[in-house]
Design a protein around this ligand. Structure first.
Ligand code: ADP
Length: 397
């Protein structure tokens, strides 16, 4: 089965082609992309042309599915055929995800026109949070706001679901692995009577970051809320903020709503705190040279991550595995050490040598004495999209 994963930005089109032998055994055949895209239809033609020239597909008939990592849809989530309902759901929330929803709505439309016989699948980033209890997803806003869609949705679902599946595999919990794999087709299936609970806290720390609590492979809550502008401080986005701050700066600094919004989404986060940049490597380099604001940005990031880990430790009633994933989580032993500092009373102790040795690869970094296993699990979101696309096609088409 040849599965194309299309990553659509407002002016970019990136793709990966996977070949599946069986549901989970995939090899990456090709990857590529185009910048400054003005016409997705042409980008699709160019992509197919490249894949034909490389001998991977002879025509669209050799393409068995296309997967899209859609972000947020109004009244729609899950892993579903990318049809007109998906396009309408993306359009319905274009205000909340203005950088992501319009390109995906348009891109899916073009794929439907260009490849009419090929199954298209949308994997929403919110899909993993379908079973979060209402008490954890509601904000204390008037009913009219809730009816308009104001609630916690959660993001990075593909990444956290992969962390749930892979950590269960590493812990030898085939029952939970199977539950995670079937989640979007069957919902949470019952585990065998008496099966021990598996409590995982997954930290996706990258250009944008979130922490998710997972019980038996199913998310019970996450740090991100209505939009990806929430939760931990992001690269240049604010993360959690008291709602009173917005009217306050509008009144006292004379900012328009649009300007306040721009500053919260472009000049905040690690960039706003450090004044140095939005890439953690630059912030860390500045901190190492004695830049106090850069050090503070790192400290805030660590503190916020610990805050959310603490929240899920309590909600889960303990933790069996803590997972680090994405660019920051995979590559920064010093940050992982700071996040895990002084938790021995809670049964979590890192092995300093193992932690230092794991950069960008999978590995266990907890001490032999640690009750909580700590894993680094590299994110592979395109592969997750491809796998879920295969599962959806097999089940639905
Ligand atoms: P995105 O959300 O854009 O996909 P990534 O998961 O690639 O982001 O994470 C980007 C972040 O990861 C940046 O802040 C970057 O500093 C950090 N990062 C990526 N690679 C490394 C590395 N080799 N060493 C240290 N930090 C890294």
């Amino acid at each position: 089965m040849n599965i194309l994963v299309a990553n659509l930005g407002s002016t970019s089109f990136k793709f990966r082609l996977f070949r599946f032998d069986g549901a989970d055994h995939a090899s990456l055949l090709a990857k590529g992309g185009y910048e400054r895209v003005t016409d997705y239809g042409k980008a699709i033609d160019d992509c197919l042309g490249e894949l034909q020239a490389a001998g991977h597909v002879r025509s669209a008939a050799d393409l068995h599915g296309v997967g899209f990592k859609t972000v947020l849809g109004r009244d729609l989530t899950g892993c579903v055929p990318a049809d007109e309902k998906v396009i309408a759901a993306l359009d319905g929330f274009r205000e909340i995800a203005p950088a992501h929803n319009p390109p995906y709505a348009l891109g899916i439309q073009r794929f439907r026109e260009k490849l009419p016989g090929v199954p298209l699948v949308a994997l929403f980033e919110t899909a993993f949070y379908q079973w979060v209890p209402e008490a954890s997803s509601r904000y204390a806003v008037p009913q009219t706001w809730y009816d308009a869609g104001v609630r916690r949705y959660g993001f990075h679902g593909a990444s956290h679901k992969f962390a749930a599946e892979r950590s269960a595999e590493l812990l030898g919990r085939a029952d939970v692995v199977q539950r995670v794999q079937q989640l979007y087709q069957s919902g949470p299936t019952p585990l065998a009577a008496g099966a021990k609970a598996l409590r995982v806290i997954s930290c996706h720390l990258g250009g944008s970051s979130s922490v998710t609590g997972i019980r038996d492979g199913v998310a019970i809550g996450t740090s991100m809320g209505l939009s990806p502008q929430s939760g931990l401080p992001q690269n240049n986005r604010v993360g959690d903020l008291d709602s009173a701050a917005v009217p306050f700066v509008m009144k006292t600094l004379g900012l328009s709503l649009a300007e306040a919004e721009r500053q919260m989404t472009k000049e905040s986060g690690l960039l706003g705190l450090s004044g140095v940049g939005n890439d953690l490597r630059d912030v860390r380099a500045a901190a190492q040279q004695g830049n106090a604001r850069a050090q503070l940005a790192l400290d805030v990031f660590v503190q916020s991550t610990r805050h959310w880990i603490g929240a899920f430790l309590v909600e889960l009633g303990g933790c069996d595995a803590l997972v680090f994933t994405a660019g920051i989580g995979e590559n920064n032993p010093d940050l992982r050490a700071a996040i895990c500092a002084n938790l021995s009373d809670l049964g979590l102790v890192l092995d300093a040598a193992k932690n230092n040795a794991v950069r960008g690869t999978e590995g266990e970094i907890s001490a032999a004495t640690s009750r909580v296993k700590v894993f680094v699990i590299p994110a592979n979101e395109e592969l997750v999209v491809a796998r879920e696309t295969v599962r959806c096609i097999t089940a639905k088409y």
